[in-house]
Design a protein around this ligand. Structure first.
Ligand SMILES: [Zn+2]
Length: 333
């Protein structure tokens, strides 16, 4: 298998302290703490000195940038164990100088990114951590994370990182699996204002909503035309829209059901309103004399019973509900 290097690297200073090439495929991750909140450049200077006889494949500076000092095809001199470093990618991570050798959040985030990238490019399907040294150093049960303290009397990688190895493995594995399986479609919270079997009635409600400034669309589910306002991935945003609609006099509820998009029909002109027409009252409209209408009026399809110029009497069958201005009506069907 051909070796590659991480595209996440922003600084490269190849160290003379290495064995080229490595003699074992990459199947292990070994994370170290620098014991210093230093930069990738400083690490590069340290590893450039032959007298140091030390290096790592990668380093993460205190600002979260990633440096490379030994290419992945080569063995770094990092973990006090030749066999480990021949099969491992070693990563030095900027840390505090005292116990527990904490690393900052930027550095930790960069470490997760880098380890994920290393696993992906080298065909490591999952990271397996064990708190049992014997399992780690003998690669038992798929264990493929080792630590410097396994091979030398050192605290490296420090308790801060040592105690997070399980968490690092879990997050990297989550990312590796997320790429392997297609994302499930996101649930959207749709705010619905009405459902009608007759499309022109849905068109009328949509026109009412648009007149009030609501961005409206229509979907068809089974035999019903559903008028909806907004589709939100965050439910609280759908709740807020529902409240806005209710405040404006519309009925509204939240559904996660989707449907086939349907074009909203053009509204017929008010001039076509005549006795017997099916009409809806525009949301918020008053009675002909300026009185208030109950909110259910805006959601109901009425019959036109009588017309006198601009004054239109509407009702259900022969039962009069109200007299309104013709301009406040839309044709329903
Ligand atoms: Zn170390």
């Amino acid at each position: 298998m051909g070796y590659t290097n991480s595209p996440l690297v922003s600084y490269t200073k190849i160290s003379p302290n290495k064995t080229s090439p490595r003699n074992h495929p990459i199947d292990t991750i070994t994370i170290h703490c620098v014991v210093g909140q230093c930069s990738v450049e400083t690490l590069g200077e340290i590893f450039a000195k032959e007298s140091k006889k030390a290096s790592s494949n990668y380093g993460i500076g205190a600002d979260g940038r990633i440096g490379m000092y030994v290419e992945e095809k080569d063995r770094s001199w990092c973990s006090s164990n030749a066999a480990n470093d021949h099969r491992a990618i070693t990563i030095e991570v900027a840390s505090d100088t005292t116990h527990p050798y904490a690393v900052n959040d930027k550095v930790y985030a960069a470490l997760i990114d880098l380890v994920t990238d290393i696993c992906k490019r080298n065909g490591i399907k999952q990271l397996v951590w064990s708190t049992d040294k014997n399992q780690r150093v003998n690669h038992l049960n798929g264990c493929n994370m080792t630590v410097h303290r396994d091979y030398a009397n050192k605290s490296c990688p420090g308790d801060y990182l040592y105690n997070r190895h399980g968490e690092i493995a879990a997050e990297v594995n989550r990312r590796l699996n997320a790429e392997a399986t297609p994302e499930t479609p996101k649930v959207l919270y749709r705010v619905q204002t009405g459902a009608f079997s007759v499309k022109s009635n849905a068109d009328a409600l949509a026109a009412n909503l648009k007149a009030k400034g609501f961005d409206t669309y229509m979907v068809k589910v089974g035999n019903l035309y559903k008028v909806q306002v907004g589709a939100f991935s965050v439910k609280s945003n759908a709740d807020a829209m529902m409240k806005k609609l209710k405040d404006a006099g519309f009925d509204a509820f939240i559904t996660t059901e989707s449907g086939t998009a349907v074009a909203i029909g053009e509204q017929k002109s008010v001039a076509e309103i005549k006795i017997g027409s099916k009409v809806m009252v525009k949301s918020g409209a008053k009675t002909y004399t300026g009185g208030s209408l109950a909110s259910f009026v805006y959601k109901t399809v009425y019959d036109v019973i009588q017309i006198n110029g601009d004054r239109v009497v509407i009702g259900l069958g022969k039962t009069v509900i109200a007299a309104v201005k013709k301009s406040d009506l839309t044709i329903a069907s």
